[in-house]
Write a protein that binds this ligand. Structure first.
Ligand code: ADP
Ligand code: ZN
Length: 436
């Protein structure tokens, strides 16, 4: 479907298309005010500024951004349970918390104005993917502490669309409601979308004809171009990548437009830069680095130069859609997702790209790293329905393709379809068995 151009829709056209020089000026003005606000209201920031020999008066505009000390995830964890609060607890109207696979979760907070801003950013996100008031959004992101559910919920309502808040789980019921109510937009993680496609066929649906889906808003985890093509083909939709994180409200930080070529960062609210993760020096636009965000109007929990650990390139080129906000060209994965196997850097996303480009393979896979004397990389992958999982030539071909891309040897095990456990939220694809 990617070849058919679609007209772009905007929720706040004036802000989304403002000349970049005006956008820069707005960022500059907001940055100065935010630094003053954070310094006056959060002891952590005051202390960091004092340690760096700075006062808010030293930050006169965007050029002074590199002077501002970084904030990291541990700063939020260290302030458990309430996190970095700039307002009295009574002013907070909602908390969310990130999953926190190890240790305590990171709690994030919102004032009424913060929730309003977040909903607007989410409404822009839906509109950027082509959603209108006429759409029926089936929201399969988890409702609760995770920001995905309520973020996609309130954004759809703000846009004026209809929401079907199914949350995660119960795949058969998801499919039944999707058909019976004729949902036109599906919002979920890309790994669940892949599972949904598979389950639909198993349950006897013809996804292109029984469902009325036209748009997918997928995010919260990395996914490949190959996965996009599969999802678009199976459901007859256009699939859009959405990026966000709990610390930055949740989803709705950046999203693709009709061009499907990079994710616009809503830069009147999020000031983005990239740095070299080693030297921490800012990088010029277009270079791959760690994304660092400053929230420009956040009330409850200001974040100055927050290090995301996510690696990407950010460009300020013009986009044919008319939006002037810079784009994230590709999220290469997290700094801490990167595996080092036998001294070689391996991103799980590279492995997914290879697997998805082999038509005989299915969509479910697992990456296992282990160590005998040397590091070993194994990939367990299901074959597509009807394919032979005992085929040695197929396993050999996949191993060869992986070696060509990764520059290290990978062992490949083919599995019968349905072997690997499906995830409802973010997929856990990597199993690292090394002890040190
Ligand atoms: P948790 O911390 O609970 O897992 P978050 O939703 O805050 O939940 O996770 C945010 C992280 O998810 C980001 O830092 C990024 O690594 C990943 N992520 C979110 N959206 C995308 C996306 N579209 N592409 C790649 N990674 C993403
Ligand atoms: Zn665009």
């Amino acid at each position: 479907m990617a070849e058919t151009k679609v007209a772009t829709t905007m929720f706040e056209p004036e802000l989304e298309t403002m000349p970049s020089s005006d956008l820069r000026a707005l960022q500059s003005e907001r940055l100065v005010a935010m630094v003053r606000y954070a310094y006056d209201n959060v002891p952590l920031y005051r202390r960091r500024f004092e340690e760096a020999g700075l006062t808010p008066d030293d930050i006169k505009g965007l050029d002074d951004l590199p002077k501002i000390p970084f904030t990291v995830k541990d700063d939020l964890r260290d302030h458990y349970p309430y996190g970095i609060l700039a307002v009295p607890r009574e002013e907070v109207v909602r908390f969310h918390a990130s999953s926190g696979t190890t240790g305590k979760p990171t709690v994030v907070s919102y004032t009424a104005r913060d929730l309003d801003t977040w909903s607007r950013m989410m409404a822009r996100t839906y509109a950027s993917a082509g959603t209108t008031k006429a759409d029926l959004v089936q929201n399969i992101y988890g409702y609760g502490l995770f920001t995905g559910g309520l973020g996609f919920h309130y954004g759809a309502e703000r846009l004026g669309a209809t929401v079907l808040p199914t949350s995660t789980g119960n795949t058969k019921k998801q499919l039944m409601l999707m058909r019976d109510l004729q949902s036109t937009v599906v919002a979920c993680t890309p790994s669940y979308a892949v599972f949904l496609a598979e389950a639909a066929v198993e349950e006897g649906y013809d996804p292109r004809n029984d469902f009325a889906l036209r748009i997918g808003t997928f995010g919260a985890e990395p996914w490949s171009e190959e996965a996009r093509q599969k999802l678009e083909a199976v459901f007859g939709i256009r699939a859009y990548d959405c990026y966000g994180m709990s610390e930055l409200y949740g989803p709705g930080v950046a999203v693709e437009c009709s061009e499907q070529n990079g994710l616009h960062i809503w830069s009147d609210e999020f000031l983005a830069e990239t740095i070299d993760p080693e030297t921490q020096e800012p990088l010029p636009p277009g270079e791959l680095g760690e994304m660092v965000f400053t929230m420009l109007t956040r009330e409850a929990m200001p974040l100055l130069r927050y290090r995301t650990r996510d690696l990407a390139r950010i460009v300020w080129d013009e986009c044919p859609c008319g939006r002037t906000h810079p784009r994230i060209m590709r999220i290469s994965g997290r700094d801490d997702d990167m595996l080092i196997v036998g001294g070689v850097n391996v991103f799980p996303s590279q492995i997914e790209e290879v697997l998805m480009s082999v038509p005989e393979l299915g969509d479910q896979y697992e990456i296992i790293v282990d160590r005998d004397l040397l590091d070993k990389l194994s990939v367990r992958v299901e074959v597509a329905p009807g394919q032979d999982w005992t085929s040695a030539p197929l396993a050999g071909k996949v191993a060869e393709n992986l070696t060509a891309v990764l520059s290290i040897r990978a062992l490949v095990e083919l599995l019968e379809p349905g072997t690997i456990e499906r995830s409802l939220g973010k997929a856990r694809r990597v199993i690292d068995l090394r002890t040190s």
